[in-house]
Design a protein around this ligand. Structure first.
Ligand code: F6P
Length: 358
């Protein structure tokens, strides 16, 4: 049997994108007489503008441990997919045209939430799609875990670990800002793993007075330092009451580079303690995938290959209770998996004394 597949990585990159593509290609090439893989550059952009390359087995060799993506990526907002580009080009029609011109059997799309919505749109337009859930944010519905998440936890945890030793020497308050604008999975896991004292997440709006109290409680107990793990999207209780639009406007006028600096200023005002902010930023998406992600991606890739061999399309391949599973794209596209404020994990973190500022 012969298959002709297209592949693209879209949205913010993360570790293990290459490992996942390798998994797909290896599973297919081991089971087919002939395989053609077209790699589209920079995500949907490559599919829209016909910017691609025929890849060979060599391209997938030695990339299991390599971070980033051999195809490059870009953000192409889903909400603009139906808006013609600056030259009046209909992007959806252009993508369909490229797909049909190359006579693809299917398109393997690696990406997060936005990517998934466009993948589902292409499915509705009649293309054969398989989606693989990548993101350090772990916010994709229908899979217990996304790839990139565990690797990013390792990096964010290490950042907080390093802060621990210097914080203890200096008797200061330290804030480590962890990635995640909409969801706090990464901050929650890295915060717990590194023993942060206070964890602030977008899903659990904080009260600055409660944060200050938690710091004071530690000082009274003779602990000279406090470490906060703060998600990029942490939000105060007052701000959580604003409409999305009002909050966006407020953020535009914010005089601090990010939420952590604002929280630092508030803590400093109220406690007089020295506060330092560390932002590991995009290091959290960089470097080599951790072993967990390599295994996850090899399994997701192989399971995707199996679906392609069976010509069973229109799914995301997720990991549920330790098993790879096909999940209909239409059921998951557009849904965000968030931290439940009352989840067992949050309750248990509270039980050991971690404050969420609520
Ligand atoms: O979605 C992944 C992510 O790394 C988020 O955690 C972060 O908020 C965002 O992307 C950063 O986006 P960009 O790479 O466009 O700065």
């Amino acid at each position: 049997m012969m298959k002709r597949i297209g592949m693209l990585t879209s949205g913010g990159d993360c570790q293990a994108l290459n490992a996942a593509m390798r998994g797909v290609v290896k599973s297919l090439s081991s089971n087919l007489n002939e395989l053609e893989v077209y790699g589209f550059y920079e995500g949907y952009k490559g599919l829209i503008y016909g910017n691609y390359r025929l890849l060979t087995a060599k391209d997938f060799s030695g990339i299991l441990t390599m971070g980033g993506t051999i195809l490059g990526t870009s953000r192409q907002p889903f909400k603009l997919m139906r808006t013609p580009d600056e030259n009046g080009l209909d992007k959806v029609e252009a993508m369909k045209h490229t797909y049909h011109k190359l006579r693809l059997d299917c398109l393997v799309i690696l990406g997060g939430n936005g990517t998934q919505k466009t993948a589902n749109l292409l499915r509705e337009e009649g293309l054969n799609i398989i989606h693989l859930p990548k993101t350090i944010d772990n916010d994709i519905w229908g899979t217990d875990v996304t790839f990139g998440f565990q690797s990013a936890i390792n990096i964010a945890t290490e950042a907080i670990d390093c802060i621990h030793t210097t914080a203890a020497s200096h008797n200061r308050v330290f804030i480590v800002e962890v990635m995640g604008h909409k969801v706090g999975w990464l901050t929650l896991y890295a915060g717990v793993a590194a023993g942060a004292d206070i964890i602030l997440l977008p899903e659990i709006p904080y009260d600055i007075e409660k944060v200050v109290k938690a710091i004071q409680k530690r000082s009274q107990a003779g602990k000279g330092f406090t470490i906060l793990a703060v998600a990029e999207g942490a939000i105060s209780k007052e701000d959580a009451k604003l409409s999305k639009k009002e909050y966006k406007e407020k953020l535009k006028k914010r005089k601090y580079p990010s939420v952590s600096y604002e929280i630092a200023a508030r803590i400093q005002e109220r406690t007089g303690s020295e506060v330092r902010v560390t932002v590991p930023g995009h290091t959290q998406r960089g470097g080599s995938p951790c072993p967990y992600d390599r295994v996850l991606c090899t399994r997701l890739g192989a399971a995707a290959g199996k679906l392609i061999l069976k010509e069973d399309y229109g799914y995301m391949v997720g990991m549920i209770n330790g098993e790879t599973k096909k999940v209909p794209l239409e059921e998951v596209a557009g849904k965000l998996k968030m931290v439940e404020p009352d989840s067992k994990m949050v309750q248990e973190a509270k039980l050991i004394g971690i404050s969420f500022g609520d």
